[in-house]
Design a protein around this ligand. Structure first.
Ligand code: SF4
Length: 884
């Protein structure tokens, strides 16, 4: 195993009293696997194959804002593509080294990357897959490097993974290539020659810094790793100076290069005027002897004068920011560099969250702000809110995960973490930061008054999933629990699954997401993890007082063989009889089988299994509605309104309507969904409507437990399907279809007539979860277009319901053909570009368009809206292609 010395990796950042800050995280961040990906994935001409079940790749894919000009596969930099072996249960039982080998060969042949990094994850690490041997074997076959990255999530947090990736670069890449520069150039006669270490070009940061460096006579030999090529890192040992940028995570690389190659290093930050100027001067001063010849320091000074003059001019428009107060919570080094940047703008720092900071970071903050720096260790959402209010802050400057906490409470917010889309580095970046802060403050000033103060089916056997469509069962189950009032799901596994899952769900729903982790580390994997589970559940009950705690297993806890079911049931007995009842719900959601839709349905079944008790006398107008994962939050509201308009009282399980943006205030628990007392009343309903084919299993369970008949509605979109649904409600309620819906029906028919010209003879490809694929295929077909290909992430019994010429279980990368439209999630943007077709974004995750959660896709109104949007896309495409 490559992780021979964790101690070595935890030096320089945690060897003093705060060792825990790198060696162990106290939650709120991702895992070592993700940390390694953060460092290596920006090398955009290399492929990054994740060897594990779907969660690891599925949750991280396109999760970071790193940018690259490198184009490797067609027009796509490879960091925008996901590659995973998508391990299944059979792979775990029989081993999957052969599958990994095939995956590497396939990726090398199809994508032609310059090198391949192969990542171990919790499950492949636990089952002892020998990825090093596989990489060696594949490398012998191919003409490129195949490099193992052994950082499974359970070995530690993100920081540790960053350092492991640094070791990988030292062991396999740096020092293995020759620079194309002439000896004279390499001597530094043409100016300073540096490596940038730890700059990932988030949102294009580097592109704001590099031109300034260039003007100042400083040349970058190797970027480690933002916007880099694999080759340039191989000759990084020829630089004259290592500049470690804003990240002690890769300090091990700089230290080791000093030892091995005699390259000195300095640590700088490029955020803010003060730090940028300081960085330039430090670089100039570091190469004194050799760089004096070219007068580097003089050049640097003149560039500083030029840039500062221009900056001061531009910042005049933001003088109103002076005196504003900010609460800052970001990771590690970024904290002190952003403190400096905010001070440059005249903003006062009233609190700094230090949960992710090292001892050195805190020392640096004290240097900048003095001993009285307002450091705060407790950065729970509750405490952050308290700080914002008590310290009268004007803005929260933090990572994207806190965005909706701030927004829900009506506080301006600026995202400064890895997921951001605006570059803040260099002089120009400070102007961007000022603009963002200013815009956010202005927006909320104007809105605070009304903001809350508060067929043919084919399953493709593949060794590698490229740009996977699939998501893990745990993600599906976590979504279902968001629809239960006062519930909190917990993923029993290493912390990365929860952190990354939460980021993904937040990105999609644009709302705070309730999700926690039992945070398993190596010793828990070896010794047993029941203790973590019990401690986490007790902590949640004590702190948050939930009605329901969902315990979702991960690939790690399942493969480890933990008897989670028994542990949950004994914990339930231990807590019963307390003042406030809390129901524990165990859901088995290993990510090596099933997918999002199945995990969601399993969670609904488990909720029914755990909460339903005895049968109740039937109530004639009460009905159960088991609503599938394919509905948008707005659809839940539409569904309720339709049913209630017939005089029926629906109990909708789960109810995700509160995720449409209507929720007020922040809560660590899911808020506004189905109440536990309502679930208890479900046995008294007259009938059950299962919305989506995957909801049939929970409906069956309800039938077995309470004898309630049910009917499955595979689609609530399209004229015919909505008519059938209306007829069913009319039958159940013994009331006629309300006039309102008769009118909406007429409007839909009229709209269909108007739009059908644009649909006729069009070829559509859909790539969606099965339930949504069925629903979508039905209304598209009704409009006269043809679904020539439907791609689904996993097989389902209902697959036959998809009205398509061909249905395959596959990934986005496999999609090929001649289409007029692609309907899929936001990950499919590159696929659409590759196919040169427009993309209609729907499903999960959707984060590249605004308003998805308030969009209605069912009923007459929802159908018409989708038809109009799609017709519009066809119209534009026709204009573009010169057909109209
Ligand atoms: S913690 Fe989760 S995401 Fe991280 S490696 Fe383990 S299984 Fe994968």
């Amino acid at each position: 195993m490559m992780i021979t010395s964790i101690d070595k990796l935890t030096q320089g950042g945690c060897e003093r009293e705060k060792k825990e800050k790198i060696c162990r995280s106290r939650g709120g961040e991702s895992c070592a696997f993700d940390g390694a990906m953060i460092v290596l994935q920006p090398i955009a001409d290399t492929a990054h194959i994740v060897h594990g079940p779907i969660a690891c790749c599925g949750n991280t894919w396109e999760g970071r804002g790193t940018l690259s000009k490198v184009r490797t596969y067609r027009d796509t930099p490879l960091h925008q593509m996901g590659f995973t072996t998508d391990m299944t249960e059979m792979d775990i039982i029989y081993g999957s080294e052969e599958k990994l080998y095939k995956a590497i060969i396939e990726v090398a042949e199809k994508i032609r990357p310059k090198a391949i990094f192969v990542y171990a994850t919790c499950v492949s690490g636990l089952t002892g897959e020998d990825i090093e041997s596989v990489c060696k074997k594949a490398e012998a076959e191919l003409c490129i490097r195949v490099i193992p990255v052994n950082a499974p999530g359970f070995v530690g947090p993100k920081n540790l993974g960053n350092r492991i990736a640094g070791e990988v670069l030292l062991d396999y890449v740096i020092g293995t290539g020759n620079s194309p520069l002439s000896p004279l150039n390499l001597r530094g006669d043409k100016g300073g020659l540096i490596n940038l270490i730890g700059e990932y070009n988030i949102a294009g940061d580097l592109w704001l810094v590099e031109p300034v460096l260039k003007d100042a006579g400083i040349r970058i030999l190797s970027r480690i790793t933002g916007d880099s090529t694999f080759e340039e890192i191989t000759y990084a040992h020829r630089a004259k100076l290592n500049v470690v940028v804003c990240s002690r995570a890769l300090i091990n690389v700089a230290k080791e290069m000093e030892k091995r190659y005699g390259i000195p290093y300095i640590e700088v930050s490029f955020f803010g005027k003060t730090e940028m100027t300081k960085a330039l001067r430090m670089i100039g001063a570091s190469g004194k002897g050799q760089w004096a010849r070219v007068g580097l320091e003089g050049k640097i000074e003149s560039i500083i004068t030029r840039e500062e003059r221009q900056l001061n001019e531009k910042l005049k428009s933001y003088s109103h920011l002076k005196g504003k107060k900010a609460v800052l919570y970001t990771g590690g080094v970024k904290s002190w560099s952003f403190i400096s940047a905010l001070l440059d703008l005249g903003i006062e720092i009233v609190a700094v969250g230090t949960k992710k900071s090292t001892f050195e970071d805190e020392e640096k903050m004290k240097e900048i702000l003095g001993e009285d720096v307002p450091l705060v260790e407790d950065v729970t959402p509750k405490n952050l809110l308290r700080l914002l209010k008590e310290r009268n802050a004007d803005i929260l400057v933090a990572g994207g995960r806190n965005q909706y906490l701030a927004i829900k409470e009506g506080f301006p917010f600026v995202d400064v973490n890895q997921e951001r889309h605006i570059a803040y580095a260099g002089y120009e970046g400070l102007v961007n930061l000022a603009e963002q802060i200013s815009n956010s403050i202005r927006f909320y000033a104007g809105h605070r008054s009304y903001m809350s103060n508060k067929t043919y089916f084919q399953s493709q056997e593949k060794s590698v999933a490229v740009n996977p469509l699939k998501h893990s069962q745990a993600i599906g189950a976590a979504i279902a629990f968001q629809g239960i009032d006062k519930a909190l799901p917990v993923i029993h596994g290493a912390q990365g699954c929860t952190f990354l899952g939460k980021v993904l769900l937040t990105k999609h729903f644009r709302e705070p997401i309730a999700l926690q982790s039992t945070k398993l580390f190596t010793e828990d994997v070896v010794m047993g993890s029941d203790g973590n589970l019990i401690k986490t559940v007790n902590g949640i009950i004590e702190k948050n007082n939930p009605d329901v705690v969902g315990i979702l297993t991960s690939g790690l806890s399942e493969v480890k063989g933990d008897d989670v079911k028994t542990a949950v049931s004994s914990q339930q007995s231990a807590i019963s009889g307390q003042d406030k009842e809390c129901i524990l719900v165990h859901v088995s959601t290993p990510d090596y089988e099933g997918g999002l839709e199945i995990g969601y349905a399993k969670a609904v079944e488990a909720l029914l299994g755990a909460i339903l008790t005895c049968p109740l006398p039937p109530s004639s107008n009460q009905i159960n509605v088991l609503a599938g994962s394919h509905l948008t939050p707005s659809d839940f509201t539409e569904l309720r309104e339709i049913i209630e308009s017939f005089g029926l009282r629906p109990i909708i399980l789960p109810d995700l309507s509160a995720l449409d943006g209507s929720r007020q205030g922040f809560s660590a628990l899911a808020a506004g969904g189905t109440d536990v007392e309502d679930i208890k009343r479900m046995p008294g309903s007259a009938f059950t409507l299962a919305i989506g084919a995957s909801m049939e299993l929970p409906a069956k369970l309800l039938n077995e437990k309470s004898g309630i008949e049910y009917s499955v509605f595979e689609s609530l979109s399209g004229l015919r399907d909505v008519e059938i649904f209306m007829q069913m409600l009319a039958f159940l309620s013994a009331n006629p279809v309300p006039d309102k819906y008769e009118r909406q029906r007429r409007i839909l028919i009229d709209g269909m007539r108007d739009a059908h010209f644009y649909f006729g003879s069009k070829k559509v490809c859909i790539a969606l979860e099965p339930d949504l694929a069925i629903q979508t295929s039905r209304w598209i077909k009704e409009m006269g277009a043809e679904i020539t290909l439907a791609v689904i992430p996993q097989n389902a019994e209902s697959t036959g319901g998809i009205l398509a010429k061909e249905v395959v279980v596959s990934d986005l990368f496999s999609i090929a053909g001649d289409f007029d439209l692609l309907i899929s999630n936001s990950h499919a943007e590159d696929t659409a570009k590759r196919l040169d077709v427009p993309l209609y974004q729907t499903g999960f995750p959707v984060y590249k368009i605004i308003g998805n959660n308030s969009k209605t896709t069912i009923g007459y109104r929802g159908t018409l809206a989708m038809i109009n949007e799609t017709a519009d896309i066809f119209l534009r495409k026709g204009e573009r292609d010169g057909q109209i």
